[in-house]
Each structure stands twice: as structure tokens, then as C-alpha cells.
Ligand binder design. Structure first.
Ligand code: ARG
Length: 562
């Protein structure tokens, strides 16, 4: 039984309201002594022309259900106390029965969500912003899938644009094929930097670059084959990162993929009457909407990022018939997405309202400065990941050198550390990228959660829970609090995915781990009283299951031993 749902249903029934509306406003009181759920009556006062306290009192008199042990009016709140042993039985047997499926819902059944995520730029290093987009996007995808949505992950690679004209020019002038093969992105970046240095002295290089991009757009064989080589090498590098992180995509359709749609898209835009010419460029004037103009085609005829995003959105709507489309992209592109969604709306696409920019903040270094530049040098994500993994390796070597498969463990711990380091923060905020902190086994970290899981596993290796006939009356207050928290797992998932904020689930898991660790310190699980032992083993088993389910949703491996 879902207590929250049932309470919502009971209230809704009395007030003749929609259950889901009541469900959304039901709160968990800040103190357990105030009950398990609280219904605030403020907003009803106007409608019912009564004071909130009176409404709460009248509701209390009417609502009586088996599963509610007691109700209490506290000012404008009606507080509900559920029957504890009934709650325990319900929650724990649901976990034991549903196992990896515990927490799942069918909210999204029959609905499709496209999530545009990761989307690094070809011939450039995979940046920390792309890492955030990959990690947050992947967690959201897992959460939404768990809620029954069909989720399409699209990698909108930055694989088109004038920078390729520069790169082709640079490579033709100074490039060495052997170095390209060996150092791929590293080398392409060097060429790109060299181009910029040289073009300061010789501005005519810029013209040459423009000409090469034009050739590329016109399908010139040499230009295309160089571009393709750069692209393949880059994707190969990116895939190493995806493999480490355990992330996959349903589609790798980068910006270049929409080239063939662009002429048609521009035609539609022009026909719709929303475009105008401005200094030789084709734009949509968004002044009335308090936004700067959206440029669709520059005066030299080249299309831009925006044009390709418009084409991509229309294409995706046609192809995937999405109910929602999420763009997991850094907050610095806020304006771009406001413009994009506005243009789609002005084009008459009512589904523009289903497009959401899921932004994220910056990662800062420990010194509080932007992380992506260190003494003017770019940080390579592969190096950061490798460094983290070798740090994890050192830590486990010190802690427990007898462990088997240390390399694999170090990888799972290092990757978990980075993922959790990101996801425990509200994504919209800036965060500090601190590898030492992320890899610590204590504090609010991935390894701490994995370690908690491993500890529970080690108890269960000593004694497995066989039958589950438990005397739920045996649970003390601390145990009941843990049960209550376990019962809120699906709320944490629903809140996380409705707000597109994985940190809600991350925080939930930290609370669960803290609860079970302090419980474990004061409660002997394995012991002579077999009834108590069974009750406690049941609790441990279910906590372990929920931890594992939650970690899995965030994209982190729940380790059995570490
Ligand atoms: N490649 C872009 C960048 O690195 C991100 C693309 C995001 N997705 C989109 N549809 N615009 O800035």
C-alpha cells in the first residue's frame, strides 16, 4: 500500500478534489512527533470560506481509515499518523517482492521523451560541461525510464560550423598525419591554436578558412574526407569516456546531420513571415518578446548553430513524436534556448511548450575559479577520469589490499565518485570539482554510499534472510524511521524526475545511508534472539535493495565488496 496515495485519496474523497492535486501538496512534517504526513489547509480557506484550522478539524472528524492510526490538528495542518506495524509490513514486503523493480511506476507509460545530452564538439576536448551534461542527462534518462517513459538519448555533436574551415586550413598547411593518428584531439587542438596565433599575423588565413568551410558545405571531396577523419577520431575518443561512465545513446545525430534539412527549414521560416533581413543576414526579430534577434543565416550565406537547432527540433518531433524534449546543456546557453523555443512557437508549433532547457551550473576548481582552464591549459576529461581511478586504486590498496579484481573496483569507485560528486548538488548551481573530496569514503560521496552497501552485503553474506515472516511489532522507533524513509523512495524518484533534479534522489540516498550506518552502530543484527535477528536482517536486506536501486538510477555501481 502506498500510504501517501491512500491518504491523498481519503482527503480527495472528502473534498471532492483530484487525488493527484492533494498528493502533490501532502507534506512530510519536519519532526516525526508531528506525524508521518501533513495536509496544509491554507489554500482551501478562500474556497470553503472557513478558517484553515476549522477545515483541518472537520476533515479530521470525517477521515477514518484502517491504515491511519491517528490524526491530529496542528493549526492549519491536519497531521496523519499511520499504523506503524502495518506500514512496516507493507513497505518491507513490497521491497522484498519487487526487488530491482521497487520504486518503479507507470507514470510515463505510452509517452516518449527525447533528451539531448552530452553533445561535445568534434576536434575539441570533451569539456567538463559536457561531462555534467552526460552524467545529469544519463541519471534523468534512468529515472524517466524507471517511470515508464520511452526515452531517446540524442548526442547532438558539434560537428559542423566555420571552425572546420579553420581546422582544414591548418591541417593542410602544417598537419602531420602520423601525429593526428597518435594524438587525435590533442593534436587537432594544437592545430586550432596555431591557426589562431598565425591568423593574428596573417589575417588572410581567415579568408582561406571561410573558403574551405564553403567548400565543405558544397560537398568538396577533400574537405569532406578531412572533416570525416577528424570526426571519426573524435568520436572514438568520446566513446572511451562513455564506456567508462556506462552511458549509451539511441542516436548520434550531430549538427551536420541536419544539413540536408536546412534549405527546407529556411524556406519554411521565410514563408511563415516571421523572418526579416538585417544587414544582409536573415533573422527573426524577437524584440517584442524581449529577446535579441535569432540569426538564421549570416550575411556570407552560412547557417549557424541556431538554424541547425530549429531543424533538429522539427525533425525530432516528426521522427520520435515526443511528449517532451529535454536539452541538458549548461546555463550559459539559456538565451539560445529561449530564442529557439520562441522561434518554434512563432512558427506555430504548439509543442514548443514541451521543450525544456535543463541547465547546469559551472564546475569550479578548489580555488573558486572556473575549472575548465588551468593556467590557460585545457583540462582533458580522460586524464581527469584516469587520475580519479588511480586515486581510488590507491585508496583501496591502503584499506584492503586483499580485495580481488582491484582494477575493476577502482574503476567503479572512481567513476562513482565523479558521478555522485556531480549529482549530489542541485544541477543549476555552480559546484566545486574536488577529486580528493569526491573519492573520500566519508562524507557526502559516492564511495561512502558504495561502502555502506558493501557493509550491508557483508552482513548478509554471513547470514542470508531466508523466510520473511517477520514480527513487525519488534521495530523500535529508529527502525520505524528507516522503514518510513524506505517507503518514500518512490516519492524521491517522482520528485527527482518531475523537477529534473537528480540531487533529490542523491540526497535521499545519503539520508538512508546515514540512517542505516548509525542504526548498525547501535543494533546488533546477528544474535541469539532469532525473532529479532530476522526482523533486523529484513531491514538490512531491504535497505540494501533500495540503496542498490537508487545508485543504479544515478548511474553508479552498487558494490558488494570494497
Ligand atoms: N555542442 C554544444 C556545445 O558544446 C552543445 C549542444 C547542445 N545541444 C543543442 N541541441 N544545442 O556548446
Amino acid at each position: 500500500m502506498n500510504f501517501k496515495k491512500n491518504i491523498a485519496a481519503a482527503i480527495a474523497n472528502q473534498l471532492k478534489k483530484k487525488e493527484s492535486d492533494i498528493f502533490d501538496v501532502l507534506e512530510v512534517p519536519p519532526e516525526p512527533s508531528l506525524g508521518d504526513y501533513a495536509f496544509p489547509c491554507f489554500s482551501l480557506a478562500k474556497e470553503l470560506k472557513k478558517n484553515p484550522n476549522q477545515i483541518a478539524q472537520e476533515l479530521a472528524d470525517k477521515i477514518k481509515a484502517q491504515f491511519i492510526a491517528k490524526t491530529a490538528v496542528n493549526g492549519a495542518y491536519l497531521n496523519f499518523f499511520v499504523d506503524k506495524s502495518k506500514l512496516s509490513k507493507d513497505v518491507l514486503s513490497a521491497i522484498l517482492q519487487k526487488k530491482a523493480k521497487y520504486g518503479q511506476s507507470s507514470e510515463g507509460k505510452g509517452k516518449t521523451i527525447v533528451i539531448d545530452m552530452s553533445s561535445p564538439n568534434i576536434a575539441k576536448p570533451f569539456g567538463i560541461g559536457h561531462l555534467r551534461s552526460t552524467i545529469i542527462g544519463n541519471a534523468l534518462r534512468n529515472l524517466l525510464k524507471f517511470q515508464g517513459y520511452k526515452v531517446i538519448r540524442v548526442n547532438h555533436l558539434g560537428d559542423w560550423g566555420t571552425q572546420f574551415g579553420k581546422l582544414i586550413t591548418a591541417y593542410r598547411k602544417w598537419g602531420k598525419p602520423a601525429l593526428l593518428k597518435k594524438n587525435s584531439i590533442d593534436y587537432l587542438l594544437q592545430l586550432y591554436v596555431k591557426f589562431h596565433d598565425e591568423s593574428e599575423k596573417k589575417p588572410e588565413l581567415e579568408d582561406e578558412a571561410r573558403a574551405w568551410f564553403k567548400k565543405l558545405e558544397d560537398g568538396n571531396r577533400e574537405a569532406l574526407s578531412l572533416w570525416k577523419e577528424f570526426k571519426d577520431l573524435s568520436i572514438r575518443e568520446f566513446k572511451k569516456i562513455y564506456q567508462l561512465l556506462g552511458v549509451e545513446f539511441e542516436a548520434y545525430s550531430g549538427e551536420s546531420f541536419y544539413n540536408k534539412e536546412l534549405a527546407g527549414t529556411i524556406k519554411i521560416l521565410e514563408k511563415s513571415g516571421i523572418t526579416e533581413m538585417s544587414e544582409g543576414a536573415l533573422i527573426v526579430n524577437l524584440e517584442k518578446h524581449s529577446l535579441p534577434p535569432a540569426i538564421l543565416r549570416k550575411s556570407d550565406g552560412a547557417t549557424v548553430y541556431m538554424t541547425r537547432d530549429i531543424a533538429a527540433a522539427i525533425y525530432r518531433k516528426k521522427k520520435y513524436k515526443f511528449n517532451k524534449m529535454l536539452y541538458e546543456v549548461g546555463g550559459e546557453q539559456k538565451l539560445h534556448f529561449l530564442q529557439l523555443f520562441k522561434v518554434l512557437e512563432l512558427l506555430g508549433h504548439s509543442w514548443a511548450k514541451d521543450c525544456v532547457h535543463i541547465d547546469h551550473g559551472l564546475y569550479l576548481g578548489k580555488d573558486g575559479k572556473k575549472f575548465s582552464t588551468r593556467k590557460g591549459k585545457t583540462v582533458f576529461m580522460t586524464h581527469v577520469l584516469e587520475e580519479t581511478i588511480s586515486l581510488a586504486c590507491k585508496i583501496i590498496e591502503e584499506k584492503n589490499s586483499k580485495l580481488k579484481m582491484k582494477d575493476k573496483l577502482a574503476k567503479d569507485i572512481g567513476v562513482g565518485a565523479i558521478i555522485f560528486g556531480d549529482l549530489c548538488n542541485d544541477r543549476s548551481n555552480d559546484a566545486i570539482f574536488d577529486i580528493d573530496k569526491f573519492t573520500s569514503f566519508e562524507g557526502e560521496t559516492g564511495p561512502y554510499l558504495q561502502y555502506t552497501n558493501a557493509r550491508l552485503c557483508s552482513i548478509l553474506r554471513k547470514k542470508k534472510l531466508t523466510n520473511t515472516k517477520v514480527d513487525y511489532q519488534l521495530y523500535d522507533e529508529e527502525e520505524q524511521e528507516i522503514v518510513k524513509h524506505l517507503g518514500r523512495f518512490s516519492d524521491a524518484i517522482a520528485d527527482s524526475s518531475r523537477q529534473y533534479k537528480p540531487h533529490i534522489l542523491a540526497r535521499y540516498l545519503l539520508d538512508l545511508a546515514q540512517m542505516v550506518n548509525s542504526y548498525y552502530a547501535t543494533h546488533q543484527v546477528l544474535q541469539d534472539d532469532k525473532k529479532i535477528e530476522k526482523a533486523r536482517l529484513t531491514l538490512i536486506t531491504t535497505v540494501k535493495q533500495v540503496l542498490a536501486n537508487g545508485l543504479g538510477l544515478l548511474g553508479i555501481k552498487a558494490l558488494e565488496q570494497m
